[in-house]
Design a binder for this molecule. Structure first.
Ligand code: SF4
Length: 234
C-alpha cells in the first residue's frame, strides 16, 4: 500500500485524458495504462463473484493489491473463492474490515440492521472500509459492466471518483455476459460456485436470493426493496 501523493486536481486531469483515450481499448490495454500511470497507487476491487478482473490484473501487474470487503455477511462460497484467489493468483489480497464486528453492530443498532436499514448497513460495512482504504491509493479498478443493469449502462471506462478524489477505472465496462463467460472458460478463471447455482449476482448472504430463469441478473439483490446498489458506485 502506498500513500497518495497526487492531488485531486492532477488525478481529475488524468481521468479526463484517460476517458477520451481509452474508450474502445481492450481491458488489458486499460489495465496496462493504469498500471503505468499509477504504479503501486493502483488497487483492484473484487467481490469474489467471478475473479476475471483480478485474474487480468495479475497478468498485467503481478502482485497488485486486490481489495475484498469482508462484510461479515458473506456466503461461505464467497470466502472460499477469496481464499483460493489469494492462494493461486499473483496478487496481494487485502481484506477490508468494517470498524465494528457484526456483534458490535448488533449491540449498537439492534440485530439484522440489513433488514431495517440496508443503506446504513452497507455504508458501515462496505462504503466506509473502502473509503478508508482508498487513502492509500490514487486509483481503483472495479469490475462494473454496462451490461449488468440499466443503472450501469453508462459506466465510463475511466472517470474521476469525486467522492473519494481518486481515479476510477472500469476495464470490463464494455464486456457482455458472453465475453465474461468466454474469458472464464478460456483462462480457467476461479469463480464463485454459487454462480452455477442460480445466483448470477452475488452479494452478502442476507441480501441475495436465487434468481429464476428469465429474471434480471440483479433481481436477487435486496429483493423486495427499491435498493439496487450498495453505495460504492453512487
Ligand atoms: S449487502 Fe446487506 S448485509 Fe451486506 S452490507 Fe449491505 S445491507 Fe449489510
Amino acid at each position: 500500500m502506498i500513500t497518495t501523493v497526487r492531488s485531486p486536481e492532477d488525478l481529475a486531469a488524468v481521468a479526463a485524458r484517460g476517458a477520451t483515450d481509452l474508450e474502445g481499448a481492450t481491458a488489458r490495454e486499460i489495465l496496462g495504462w493504469a498500471a503505468e500511470e499509477f504504479g503501486d497507487g493502483l488497487a483492484v476491487t473484487a467481490s469474489m463473484q467471478d475473479t476475471v478482473l483480478a485474474h487480468l490484473a495479475a497478468q498485467v501487474k503481478p502482485g497488485i493489491d486486490v481489495l475484498f470487503l469482508e462484510t461479515g455477511y458473506h456466503f461461505i462460497e464467497t470466502i472460499g473463492t477469496a481464499d483460493a484467489v489469494e492462494a493461486v493468483y499473483d496478487i496481494t489480497l487485502r481484506r477490508l474490515l468494517p470498524l465494528q464486528t457484526v456483534a458490535e453492530q448488533d449491540a449498537q443498532y439492534g440485530p439484522d440492521l440489513f433488514s431495517r436499514n440496508p443503506d446504513l448497513c452497507c455504508a458501515l460495512r462496505k462504503v466506509a472500509p473502502l473509503n478508508a482504504a482508498m487513502s492509500g491509493y490514487d486509483a481503483w479498478a472495479t469490475g462494473l459492466r454496462r451490461a449488468e443493469s440499466a443503472a450501469r449502462a453508462d459506466t465510463p471506462v475511466v472517470s474521476f471518483d469525486v467522492k473519494r478524489g481518486r481515479v476510477k477505472i472500469a476495464p470490463l465496462a464494455a464486456w457482455s455476459d458472453e465475453d465474461v463467460d468466454r474469458y472464464i472458460v478460456e483462462n480457467n478463471v476461479l469463480v464463485n460456485p454459487l454462480l452455477s447455482n442460480e445466483y448470477p449476482s452475488i452479494g452478502c448472504e442476507p441480501c441475495t436470493r436465487r434468481v429464476a430463469p428469465g429474471e434480471d441478473a440483479r433481481a436477487g439483490r435486496w429483493a423486495g426493496l427499491t435498493k439496487t446498489e450498495c453505495g460504492l458506485h453512487t
